[in-house]
Design a protein around this ligand. Structure first.
Ligand code: PEP
Ligand code: MG
Length: 577
């Protein structure tokens, strides 16, 4: 009999294959005391396991496809850093020395201490880091129990086309599964923004999360189907059902192949309106993807990743080298570099921003203006790179015109310093501002009059308009870009751009969602920047759209009274010929 288990689809696509059940929770951690003369031996055993875990993660890091490097390398690097941290090296060794527990138990005790600290932190982002602690400790414990040749709890996953049903998966495990040609993954833990979800999307693996105890209903080796579009895991299907899913899978693959043909086609609507389709990047390694999808440039370079996982900020020279590498790789296409957007969901540590500001706190441009030397260092590095190719400068989270005036002063000062040093730069470098705060959207006209372009950050604009922290699962149901209030602010910003002749971009998540493309075009948005994997699908919609027909329909969106009405109207707009 067919059985459907519901979950949350976090990575689209259909996966078909035999189930493989992986339960990390089943790892039995033995507890025993060791004789005093074995203490040093036990510590060496722990040290060796830590070293093997580091070597495994380094090897996994090498297997990550270049085109999606930044998403994943960041997660693996965070685990590597943890494996070098005193909290996971020195502290368990001390437990072995003081309490004479075996290494596995010492790690468990230390893990409990660390998790208690994380549980007390009232910050949804940092709370997600507790998963990292669990993943790292689990890898080391597994090595201690099974010996250095063992890898992880995945078992025989080398067989391709397996559907993994797990209680939890780590980023490293996901990379290994991808290499072995996994068909889909289903996890009990994790949400839409969890690491496993982000990675699955980047790697193109159909994935579900929040599917509870699938192992109670499905046996190892049973044939299952994962539908990542609707978020369902199916088993007990007839041959005819399976054949129909296989057909859908083939159609999807064919469609992806067809999309690749659009790579070099210019982004232009049917009525001839040019639309700049660019990509969002986080590290210079991401630019390989720009070429693969024929992007018109980089619409958002999130530079905060240069500042993460380190004590001291990168100096001017280091930043200059990074920006230069991106500019050179884009060979003449524009690169939009956003200045440091520290805080809230993007915590930089060490001496850079020690106070972990909240979403409403001293973050983004507020923080940069508070730390003029840090800010000017970044501005000088960006300016120097602008001598080598077209760069646009983008300021995150502007709220007041006063902030913008201060940014201009800083920019002038940075230019003055470079001129004095004899460094070339582009004195006409376009300056843009992110519209992410409702106040800025409501005053978009005033900003547009003073800026060369606007870029709507719909992720933050949604969070601030609806007062729903984007990192807090508890208010996830309120984080809704379809809300008419968000629609109105996007429309207002786009209209301000048109009235003043200022290009308006969208670079939040909705820019990469083909369901939103026609709406944004109808509002008058002329630039879209998104994750590389979304670009060709969005381009297809652009090529099939006629803005003159969209405009009157899209104008009705702002009159809708709720999200359901907005969504319904958008469906109609998307169905227009
Ligand atoms: C946004 O807020 O929509 C945006 C693009 O910036 P980030 O996601 O980096 O905050
Ligand atoms: Mg933002």
């Amino acid at each position: 009999m067919p059985l459907a288990l519901l979950g949350t689809g976090v990575s689209r696509g259909i996966g078909i294959g035999r189930a493989r059940i992986v339960r990390h929770g089943d790892l039995d951690i033995p507890q025993y005391r060791i004789a005093p003369h074995w203490v040093e031996e036990e510590i060496s055993r722990l040290t060796a396991a830590l070293e093997t875990a580091r070597a495994q993660l380094r090897a996994i890091r090498e297997q990550i496809p270049a085109a999606i490097a930044s998403d994943i390398v960041g997660f693996i690097d965070a685990h590597l850093l943890m494996l070098e941290d005193q909290a996971l090296t020195g502290a368990p060794a001390e437990i072995i020395r003081q309490q004479r527990f075996n290494a596995e138990w010492a790690l468990k005790l230390q893990q409990e201490t660390l998790l208690r600290v994380f549980d007390e932190i009232d910050d949804p982002y940092l709370r997600t880091r507790r998963d990292d602690v669990e993943h790292v400790v689990r890898r080391v414990q597994f090595l201690l129990l099974k010996g250095p040749g063992s890898h992880d709890r995945l078992g025989p996953t080398e067989e391709p086309d397996r559907v993994i049903l797990a209680d939890d998966l780590s980023p490293g495990e996901l990379v290994t599964l991808h290499r072995h040609g996994v068909a889909a993954i289903v996890s009990e833990r994790g949400g839409t923004a969890s690491h496993v979800a982000i990675l699955a999307r980047s790697l193109g693996i159909p994935a579900l999360v929040a599917v509870h105890r699938a192992d109670q209903f499905i046996r190892d080796g049973e044939m299952v189907v994962v539908d990542g579009h609707v978020g369902v895991l199916l088993t007990g299907l007839t041959e005819a059902d399976l054949a129909s899913y296989r057909q859908r899978q083939t159609q999807e693959r064919r469609r992806r192949a067809d999309l690749r043909q659009l790579k070099d086609v210019p982004g232009r609507t049917r009525d001839g309106v040019p639309v700049e389709l660019a990509i969002n990047i986080e590290l210079d390694a991401d630019i390989a993807a720009a070429r693969q999808v024929g992007a018109a440039g980089v619409g958002l370079y999130r530079t905060e990743f240069l500042y993460m996982n380190r004590e001291q900020p990168p100096d001017e020279e280091e930043q200059f080298e990074q920006y230069l590498a991106v500019v050179r790789a884009l060979s003449g296409a524009p690169v939009t570099i956003r200045t440091l957007d520290a805080g809230a969901d993007k915590q930089v540590g060490g001496e850079i921003a020690p106070s972990c500001p909240s979403a409403l706190g001293l973050r983004a441009v507020r923080y940069s203006l508070k730390e003029p030397e840090l800010f000017k260092t970044q501005l000088r590095a960006i300016l120097r790179a602008s001598a080598h190719g077209p760069i646009r400068l983008l300021i995150p989270m502007l709220t007041t015109l006063e902030e913008l005036a201060q940014v201009r002063q800083m920019l002038a000062a940075a230019m003055g310093e470079l001129a004095q040093r004899g460094h070339p730069f582009d004195p006409t470098l376009p300056l843009g501002g992110m519209i992410e705060v409702p106040a800025a959207a409501l005053c978009a006209r005033q900003f547009a009059q003073r800026l060369d372009f606007l870029s709507i950050g719909t992720n933050d604009l949604t969070q601030y308009t609806l007062a729903a922290d984007r990192m807090d699962q508890a208010v996830g149901h309120l984080f809704d870009p379809f809300h008419p209030a968000v629609m109105r602010l996007i429309q207002l910003t786009a209209a301000a751009g048109e009235a003043t002749g200022t290009p308006v971009a969208v670079c939040g998540e909705v820019a990469g969602d083909p369901f939103f493309t026609r709406t944004l075009l109808g509002f008058g948005v002329s630039r879209l920047s998104m994750p590389p994997a979304a670009l060709l699908e969005v381009k297809r919609v652009v090529l099939e759209s006629d803005t003159s027909r969209l405009r009157p329909r899209v104008a009705q969106l702002v009159e809708c009274s709720d999200s359901a009405a907005v969504m319904g109207l958008m469906e109609e707009i998307n169905a227009l010929n």
